[in-house]
Design a binder for this molecule. Structure first.
Ligand SMILES: [Zn+2]
Length: 291
């Protein structure tokens, strides 16, 4: 990665995005590394005088705007408006879209291949750059014509090249080797298995709906049986909390036979057990009040 002229992890985001390509030291072309480019003198000339095309495009947009102002004034445009929108704004947007591949395509997205450059595949960047966003694929096998290795990885640039190939203007496409495709398929499979394992570790497995229904039903049965054991009818005076508080005797220990204990009241909401011992909580109230 240290040799990478435009890695955001080595030189920072802005260098990878715009610094390296505007640096003077990166301007000269080492033709020994691009022999196929050196074979075409017209392309080498364009590479040397790379300002010619943008200047020509800017002049053309200004000329078109002036022509429209003279011939179709109802459109409300002119040379300067066309120069700003059709040249400066569009060229700036195009430049930053392309530059995203050197900066953002090493920061956002998924890594299919374990390359040493931290390159990534991103659907969003693939939309923005017409297919270049499958940058991890590109770093794995750079000489392939296409960047989207599978049919679902959209690659409009490749579709355009195929159309041009139909006209006979271009030829010699280089395919992705089957071994590289198989390597990608294995990596995707390993990733999906790892993701499933992570999910299983953090989410409890719901074996059956019965696992929730059965404990709830058992709790209802136990509560029903317990309330059936309370053999006295519900006290019409209401629950114990709403009744008068009994007047406690001076010496509780000596009066236990006539007053129900607190545990007796709590154990049966209807006062059945208190009744069995000789007096209900209601009776205790009356007893207390008359004592
Ligand atoms: Zn890269």
């Amino acid at each position: 990665m240290q040799e990478d002229a435009h890695s955001p992890h080595v030189h920072g985001f802005w260098w990878s995005h715009i610094g390296w390509i505007t640096s003077r030291r990166n301007f000269p072309t080492d033709y020994s590394k691009v022999r196929d480019l050196a074979k075409f003198p017209e392309l080498a000339w364009l590479n040397r005088f790379d300002m010619v095309v943008p200047f020509a495009f800017a002049a053309a947009m200004f000329g078109v705007g002036e022509l429209l102002a003279a011939r179709a004034p109802q459109l409300g445009t002119n040379g300067w408006q066309m120069l700003v929108w059709a040249f400066f704004v569009s060229t700036t947007a195009l430049f930053h879209g392309t530059s995203c591949i050197n900066s953002l395509a090493h920061l956002m997205g998924e890594r299919r291949y374990k390359t040493t450059d931290d390159s990534r595949n991103s659907l969003i960047l693939a939309f923005v750059t017409l297919g270049e966003g499958w940058h991890n694929n590109h770093h794995r096998y750079m000489s392939a014509t296409r960047n989207g290795f599978y049919w679902w990885e959209i690659d409009p640039t490749c579709y355009g090249l195929k159309l041009l190939a139909c006209t006979g203007l271009i030829w010699g496409f280089k395919a992705v080797p089957q071994s590289v495709l198989d390597e990608g398929a294995r990596a995707e499979h390993a990733k999906s298995v790892a993701a499933a394992e992570r999910r299983a570790r953090f989410t409890p497995v719901e074996t059956s709906p019965l696992s929730r229904v059965v404990p709830a039903a058992a709790a209802i049965v136990v509560a029903t049986v317990q309330s059936a054991n309370c053999d006295a009818a519900p006290n019409k005076e209401g629950p114990p909390m709403h009744r008068d508080i009994p007047v406690l005797p001076e010496n509780p220990a000596s009066d236990q036979s006539t007053h129900p204990s607190a545990s007796a009241i709590l154990s049966c909401p209807f006062g059945a057990r208190a009744g069995k011992s000789g007096s209900s909580p209601g009776a205790a109230t009356r007893n207390g009040s008359t004592a």
